[in-house]
Structures are given as C-alpha cells and as structure tokens.
Design a protein around this ligand. Sequence first.
Ligand code: F6P
Length: 342
Amino acid sequence: MRIGILTGGGDCPGLNAVIRAVVRKATASGDEVVGFRDGWRGLLEDDAVPLDLAAVRGLLPRGGTVLGTSRTNPYALEGGPERVLGCLAAHGIDALVPVGGEDTLGVAAKLADSGAGVRVVGVPKTIDNDLDGTDYTFGFDTAVGVAMEAIDRLHTTGDSHHRTLVVEVMGRHAGWIALHAGMAGGANVVLVPERPFDVDAVVAHCLHRFESGYSPIVVVSEGARPADGELVTSTGQTDAFGHVRLGGIGAALAAVLEERTGRESRAVVLGHVQRGGTPSAFDRVLATRFGLAAVDAVQAGLSGVMVALRGTDVVPVPIAEATARLKLVPLERYAEAEVFFG
Ligand code: F6P
C-alpha cells in the first residue's frame, strides 16, 4: 500500500511525532509513505517527497512540521478537488492521512465523501483543543505549558511594579488555553470567547486584587470580546477558509484597565511562541499514538474516520462528527474552580 500524509493549518508541537509514527508503522508492515508539502498545496501542485525511516530519524522532539503547512483550501479553487484526486492517482496513493484542525479535516471529510476510492483517515491537531470528537488534541499541552510558565514569570514582575499584566493567548473560538494556563498559573481573571466579558466586572476584580496587596494577572483569549464590543482583529484579511486574523484584544483591554483602575497596565502577547518548539511528553505520546492508530485504521480498510482520544483509548470516529461543531469550554464545569470569567 502507498500511504500519503500531509499537515495543514497552523503548525503545532507534535506534528513531526505523527509523521514519524506513521512512517515507522507503515514501513514495518511493508507499506510506503509519501509526504505532500504544505498541506493541500502539495496535492494541488504535485509537491511530494518519499518518506522512509531515514527521513524521520530524530523527529520526535522537533517542533513544527518537516512537511511544511499552509491554509490552502482546494474546495475554494476552481478545479481544486479534481487536481487533488489526480495527484493522488498519479502517485498511486491508496490512503491519505491528513493531519489538521477543523479546516484541514473539513476538506478531508469532503474528499472521503467524494467516492474517489482513496481511503481517508484524519489525525486531529490544534493547540486550541477545540475539535469535537476527541478529548484532547496534541499541541494543546505544550501551548498551555508555555503560557503557564509565562504567567508564573509575570506574577513576580507585575507585583514588583504594582501594575496589571494582561496576557493574550491563542484561542480563536474556544478558551481552553486561557482556562488551563490561567488555572495552572493562578491568574486572577480568565476571559474566553465563550462568554463576552463585562468590563466593569473585570475592573472591579483588578481593583480588589490591588487592594489585597498584589497585582492582577488577566489572561485573555485572542477571540474574547467585551459584551458591548467587537472582536479585535489585527488586519482585515481572511484566510482561504474565511477566518479573519485575530490579535490585539490584550492591548485594547490593558488600555481600558489602565484608565479605569488608575494603575499602569501592560499587555503581553504570547502569539506563536505557544506553537513553536519542542512538544511536551504528553503531546509526543498522544501524537505517536494517533500516528500509529491512523496506520492501523488505514490497514483495517477504514475511511472517512479520524483517530480520537476517548478517555484513555485512541479510537476511530466518523470524521464528519468531529468537524460538525467545535468543542467549547463548558463554563459551568468550572464554577467551583475559582475562575473569574468576567
Ligand atoms: O491553530 C489555531 C490558531 O492557533 C488560532 O488560535 C489562531 O487564531 C491561529 O492559529 C493563528 O494562526 P496563524 O497566525 O498561523 O494564522
């Protein structure tokens, strides 16, 4: 069998561990693996590379993706799906393993439904952890670790200068990174996309923190917005899947808090630092298990599925189910956790 693999969407620590696991498992059973560069672009433009054991040596701790990635959407291009199928046929690909988030897997679901005869088995990835159908995606744990360490460090400098520090983290639709990093780092306010926040309440919370002798740490997801305001975007541009580029809520909020509390406020944007670098042990293990399970699924003749973590098991689930809706933070679950969501 010839198995194709691609990595699409935003990069994520653990992508290389998936590639490595897929190649090792497939090679051990006599199958061949072909990598397509930069997500769906590699299939549109026939940019392929054979992947053997030598190609994946040393990949486990390496961040990013050796295959490259892009936000290319073949279904947004005239003749795109036909070009993808033509390229798969030209390379004699029997099964494709797209590794990605809601967008990449959305394309995978359409491809699986197209009746083209190529098996499609998706692997879920996103630092945002917002894919339904799987309890966790790899990359999330690493991103939370980076953000938690930043919050730990910000406590000491914030307290020394008696100023508010607003930490902007990634999270377009879901506030999982803000929530977990905020809880782990002991942040005072956690603002998430799921609940538009009340600026007055955030101001009151910050003042209360100052009154207790400490400086507030406010963690805000890039996709959070005030109840009476709009999403803050860094440019008006959208990508091939229609997503606008977010960024700037941290600075906007810090300015408001400075004015309203009378205390100096600064914003820190963690940005792509959360996505770069070596994966945590948890993410290496999850990514490896996903890669192995994807090859198992392909070899079992499955298609139109995504491998998913359910409890402690990795199981195949319908890919359409996983992409039908996003997994948002259920705020009521954290009611007892002393998290102030604004
Ligand atoms: O992968 C999802 C994500 O991390 C979002 O939280 C964020 O909006 C987006 O990626 C930013 O990605 P890029 O800067 O690559 O467009």
